[in-house]
Ligand binder design. Structure first.
Ligand code: CU
Length: 412
């Protein structure tokens, strides 16, 4: 069965873009859509003029027009690209305009295979087509658009793969879902997380065997295949529980079968070297601190584009002032306070941040560009505003971003 979508190069996800760190990314957007658009490079700490946010960092690219993205991504890692028009953001994303960008390390870890698993979900009508409207106000006011058709690399799950017994595999798990929080489990091998949201972390085996990935998040794993042939590694997906809904049964997304005579055992799995471009420390005592409360607009006043507020304000319209303006190099600490009954997922453009422990401001040992804030909870992050420009700070849940939860900050 084929689903009519909008896609980069006509497919969803779009083609996997792969370059090596230090190389220039050169992508020409030739807009064949009936709507204006642009391309955002999610997680890439690149120059502001190349961030691809229509109406903020560039003019929207009109139907029939072209725009060249040309820059050298500073970091190696696993990233996402997606359409980033102004008003039609959720609609274009929900139609399939997203893909994966891999920037390989100059000295990549020694593995036998490097697989991208891009998970997406699709909300369908009873006729099997994409459910209309693409930007449904009910999704925008609720948990976002969550579909029941799950795909991995554009094909309905479960998908499978055969790899040499005992071989070492790198798995780049990418959540391209527009709202769903994806948690994968691994049975039959021991997955070591080596990078989160594109940035290296100390290698660890996740507690409970699973890590939740918000929309747009990426997890890089390295694992060794079973040494016995004909063993099956299973990767089921759990769904982040939605309040008021029963938990969804695990669903098999991917399986990998071992084959052939086993490869000789390798040494232990080690992590990637630290990214030297990221700060060694953030002086929190010097940080600009700001709490940002996420809340629904009282339903009687809610209109399309105005379902969600941050500190009482919706929208990223140019007339709305930036949330904050900081000089380059300023440490910033933001508290996201979720006063809604849904998980909220927030993302920051142009920067990587640390998640802080709420009691002592200690660090978790990884960098992120996307953070999940459970209902009724607070998440505090810290970063150094070291990338000049006008940056978006918005919900990673596309229907929420188009529903008003999209703001900006400026680094001068
Ligand atoms: Cu982004």
């Amino acid at each position: 069965m084929e689903l009519p979508v909008w896609g980069f190069e006509g497919i969803a996800p779009g083609p996997e873009l792969r370059i090596r760190r230090g190389e220039e990314l050169f992508v020409r957007l030739a807009n064949g859509l009936p709507q204006a658009s642009s391309i955002h490079w999610h997680g890439v700490r690149g120059p502001n003029a190349m961030d691809g946010v229509s109406g903020l960092t560039q003019q929207p690219v009109a139907p029939g027009d072209q725009f060249d993205y040309r820059f050298v991504p500073p970091d190696a890692g696993t990233f996402v690209y997606h359409a980033h028009p102004a008003a039609e953001l959720a609609g274009q994303y929900h139609r399939g305009l997203s893909g994966v960008l891999v920037v390989e390390e100059e000295n990549p870890p020694d593995v036998d295979s490097d697989l991208v698993l891009a998970i997406a979900d699709w909300k369908l009508n009873s006729d099997g087509k994409l459910a209309e409207p693409l930007n449904d106000p009910a999704d925008a006011a609720g948990a976002g658009r969550i579909g029941s058709l799950i795909t991995v690399n554009g094909k309905a799950v479960p998908q499978s793969q055969v790899l040499r017994a005992g071989s070492r595999v790198r798995l780049r798990i990418v959540n391209l879902c527009p709202a769903r929080i994806v948690a994968l489990q691994f049975t039959g091998l021991e997955p070591h997380v080596i990078a989160i949201d594109g940035q290296p972390c100390e290698a660890f085996v996740p507690g409970g065997g699973t890590v939740p990935a918000g929309p747009g998040s990426r997890f890089d794993f390295i694992a060794d295949m079973p040494r016995q042939a004909a063993e099956r590694v299973r990767i089921p997906m759990l769904s982040w529980p939605l309040l008021g809904r029963p938990p969804v049964a695990p669903r098999l997304v991917y399986s990998i079968q071992s084959t052939g005579t086993p490869l000789a055992p390798r040494g232990p799995i080690t992590g990637l070297p630290e990214n030297p471009l990221l700060p060694k420390a953030i002086r929190l005592q010097d940080a600009k601190r700001l709490d940002l409360t996420i809340a629904a607009t009282p339903s009687a006043r809610a209109r399309p584009g105005q379902f969600w507020t941050l500190n009482g304000r919706f929208h990223d319209g140019a007339s709305v002032p930036p949330l904050f303006n900081v000089p380059r190099g300023q440490p910033v600490s933001l508290g996201f306070v979720n006063r809604s009954p849904y998980p909220q997922v927030m993302r920051l453009h142009g920067h990587a941040f640390r998640l802080l422990h709420l009691l002592d401001d200690g660090w978790d040992p990884y960098w992120l560009d996307t953070v999940i804030v459970p209902p009724g909870k607070t998440a505090r992050i810290a970063f150094i505003a070291d990338n000049p420009g006008k940056w978006r700070l918005a919900s990673a849940i596309m229907a929420h971003a188009s529903g008003g939860l999209a703001h900006r900050f400026e680094v001068t």
